[in-house]
Design a binder for this molecule. Sequence first.
Ligand code: SAH
Length: 488
Amino acid sequence: MDKKGKVYIMGAGPGDAELLTLKGKKAIEKADCIVYDRLINPRILGYARKDAELIYLGKGNTEGGVIQDEINNTIVQKAKEGKVVARVKGGDPFVFGRGGEEIQALYENNIPFEEIPGITSSISVPAYAGIPVTHRGMARSFHVFTGHTMADGQWHNFEAIAKLDGTLVFLMGIKNLPLIVGDLIKNGKDKTTPIAIIEKGATADQRVTVGTLENIVEIANSKKIVPPAITIIGEVVNLRDTFKWFEDSKLFGKKVLVTRDRRQAGEFSDKIEEMGGCAIELPFIEIESTVDKFDSSILKKYSALLFNSPNGVRQFMDKIDDIRDIAHLKIGAVGSKTEELLQEYKIHADFVPEEYLIDRLAQVSVEYTKPGDNILIITSDISPCDPEKYSSMYDRHFDKVVAYKTKKIIRDKAQVLKALKSVEVVTFLSSSTVDAFMESIENDLDAVKSIKFASIGPVTSKTMEKHGLNVDYEAKIYNVEGILEAIK
Ligand code: SAH
């Protein structure tokens, strides 16, 4: 007998990755296999297990029957292999999403399933354009239509549609826009009724085109509108003048390449997207742990512990057995991020110098220790930390442990250039990412002429300049927020 898995037919919302529901996120985290389409934000796939199988079945236009059969067969097959399958669709599965057909196939094969609704683009894409589908005193209903004609050429009853007072929403309607507005006018809808077309809603590429039934076809032609797009018709479109918000976000429309290591990239990407930008992750460094463990026998002889980066904190915390092993130690940190990460582990640093310098941290540690004390510095292979110098200067004994190494990731030039095609700004948060980036593109400055480069601070900027890169933006405060502030 076949082992039976289970299939989640689920919606992921449109564009903005954070429009995924909590239930949808759980299903993705659990899935052995994920079958997804072109309308979802690929960042959602980041919630998948590392070993999950990812299958893209979308092919531009999913309306063709062939691909739908392939999708049905795939989810049935994978479930029969005993797998948990997440079938992830843009928007909601039951709003022109063919979720029903997939469920029929599962039902016929006796496969357990759940349907997880998603936020449909028919309401949320207008919302991201500042257009509410209903509004008191203006629209008491909204009606959602497909903009496709049926295979036999049949079309909606426009005589009835033209009489509706509510807001009209058309999905997949770009090709048939002239037909839609023509039939509405022909059937008596006021020619001056406002209409908006929203392309790639809730993404950094969102573009909104507004007109009236009378002139929209001409405007749409001149602007070369492309799918996916939503057409919304009614008085509510005028509310956009005051309700528009998404396009006013600080980083709206900016596509930013994140080059830092995978473990830290997420936090940075989230910030970019919160500000309305689009983050594309392509790490050029990797943090590699270089210690097995920190046990009490090592730690007991010290009286202070100094951290010069969040990575140092993370690596150290990963490698201690018992948090009480550091109870006797004074703790110092360089940088507010290092301090914040310590706090996440419920450790309050005793001292954090104003300046972001390891030399300064060593100097301040003197106030918290006695002559002859042993002080341990947790650091990386490339840190300018110099324990011998500190020992000779401060009448203490300083040791350092290199807890992690920063390993460059050298990528294939073609792969990098492909990623850069959809990017406006490349961000560098360290010199090593600059080196690895330049090595990957074989120092081909010509290939990156049209790209802007952002730096976290003067040290990184210097490395960029050494390679001949422009420093288009430099953070004033040397952290993630600072670099985004500079780009904005
Ligand atoms: N199930 C989906 C709709 C699938 S039909 C949902 O509930 O949203 C595909 C159509 O959805 C597209 O042709 C377009 O009209 C609309 N659409 C989906 N995502 C969109 C987006 N981000 N911006 C604009 N339109 C979108």
